[in-house]
Design a protein around this ligand. Structure first.
Ligand SMILES: Nc1nc2c(ncn2[C@@H]2O[C@H](COP(=O)(O)OP(=O)(O)O)[C@@H](O)[C@H]2O)c(=O)[nH]1
Ligand SMILES: [Mg+2]
Length: 410
């Protein structure tokens, strides 16, 4: 019986005119050799042209075959690569051929799980790769590519080593490292799971104008006609290059025009979010309708924004936390600063734009494990407690993914 192998389409599926399959496992070489009509495979780090034959020994297409060492692969598994010049049809045909040669098709997460089982990646590195794929800003992509390459894992390995020593200076160093990691966690968590903010307010207050300013495009329709935005538009904006999920919503009004608007208003009142940007028009006073909406919402902090500053310069801010002209952008930087301070966990005094995003736990579970390690370390450093410190760190490194992982986006 032939040995097992796995394959994965690593290029985006579908319309692209080019595709790369990766083949892993001891059976990959022999199966590929058979598919290529017995042609010799390239040596490690090399590529060569070949012809792939289908199940009936008919020529399927010309392909480029590569052989990658584990160290140059994103998943840490040695692989053969099969590059083809073709779209959805050819990709399906090749997947079918690989199945008939005894291969098992794997999705991205399956490959990461395989890599974890084979210890080619640890749990933090595997989880970071999933987050990397979902990254919406350069900051997030930079952070997760460093974590995928082992930045946090190396620090935790060092911590495990320190926890294994019996001297006080080692424990002091360990405590400092753990404190720094825990302190930097809020921002790292926000890179993995963007904060979600609703933009709400009465009709015509400038919600869609503000949404468009965040998106830097004319994403949502803006008009002086109340009821232009009938339900919701969602997208991810970048605030100091942190991803922020924004929802532009229907305007509050007592007599919704139709059932779509009515449904949308009901949704808006219930939808869970981390917070709400609530817009007011001059003279920026919260009326009964505004207050009852804000009081009825489930949790989340509210930032009251006094919009249309250009129409009322010099007037007292009333109930607004800050003033803005969404149309021209005055006050927009201040608004971004307020979002960073309230929702992105930005440390006081540290300019968010220079924030280097130090290595830190980026899922709740990783953070819990490090907090538990720190609290066990804080008690009398007796041996059983050190065992607890060590076991928390080992769980964080080796088993904090995939079961314990929060989805990168909800
Ligand atoms: N003068 C002024 N007009 C604004 C400002 N922001 C929005 N508007 C105008 O207010 C109207 C309603 O804007 P829109 O974004 O559609 O409001 P929404 O109903 O809350 O989504 C449009 O005519 C916008 O051009 C602003 O800061 N200043
Ligand atoms: Mg609107």
């Amino acid at each position: 019986m032939s040995e097992e192998f796995f394959y994965h389409l690593s290029s985006p599926p579908g319309e692209g005119g080019f595709a790369v399959f990766e083949l892993y496992g001891p059976g990959a070489g022999p199966a590929l050799c058979a598919g290529l009509g017995g042609k010799e495979l390239p040596g490690e780090g090399r590529t060569r042209l070949g012809i792939l034959f289908d199940e009936n020994r008919e020529k399927l297409d010309e392909v480029v075959v590569g052989r990658q060492p584990a160290s140059s692969m994103w998943c840490g598994l040695a692989a053969f690569t099969l590059s083809v010049h073709g779209g959805a049809w050819l990709q399906e045909r090749i997947a079918g051929l690989l199945d008939s040669l005894g291969g098992t098709g794997l999705k991205l997460r399956d490959v990461l799980e395989l890599a974890l089982r084979q210890e080619a990646l640890d749990a933090i590195e595997a989880c970071a790769f999933e987050c990397l794929v979902d990254s919406r800003t350069e900051r997030a992509a930079g952070f997760f590519s460093r974590q995928h390459a082992g930045e946090l894992s190396e620090i935790i390995s060092r911590c495990i080593e320190l926890a294994g020593r019996a001297d006080a200076p080692s424990h002091g160093e360990l405590e400092q490292i753990l404190r720094d990691l825990v302190e930097a966690a809020p921002r790292a968590l926000r890179l993995a799971k963007p904060v979600k903010l609703l933009i709400a307010g009465r009709a015509n207050t400038g919600k869609s104008t503000l949404f468009n300013r965040f998106m830097e495009t004319e994403r949502a329709a803006v008009s002086s006609q109340a009821g232009t935005t009938r339900d919701f538009i969602r997208d991810t904006a970048a605030v100091f290059d942190y991803p922020v999920d924004l929802v532009d919503s229907v305007g509050l009004r007592r007599n919704p025009e139709d059932s779509v608007e009515e449904e949308a208003l009901g949704w808006l009142a219930r939808e869970e979010a981390d917070g709400c940007l609530y817009l007011l028009e001059p003279p920026w006073k919260l009326e009964e309708e505004d207050r009852s909406f804000l009081q009825g919402r489930p949790g989340g902090e509210v930032l009251v924004i006094g919009n249309k500053l250009d129409k009322a310069a010099g007037v007292s801010p009333g109930d607004a936390d800050l003033l803005l002209c969404a149309l021209q952008g005055d006050g927009f930087e201040k608004l971004q600063g307020a979002i960073a301070a309230r929702w992105l966990g930005c440390v006081q005094g540290l300019s968010v734009s220079d924030d280097p995003c130090p290595p830190a736990p980026f899922t709740r579970f990783q953070l819990e494990m490090l907090q538990q390690a720190l609290s066990a370390l804080g008690k009398t450093p007796a041996t059983p407690l050190l065992d607890e410190v060590k076991s928390c760190l080992i769980i964080c490194l080796q088993s904090s993914w995939p079961q314990k992982c929060e989805p990168a986006s909800s």
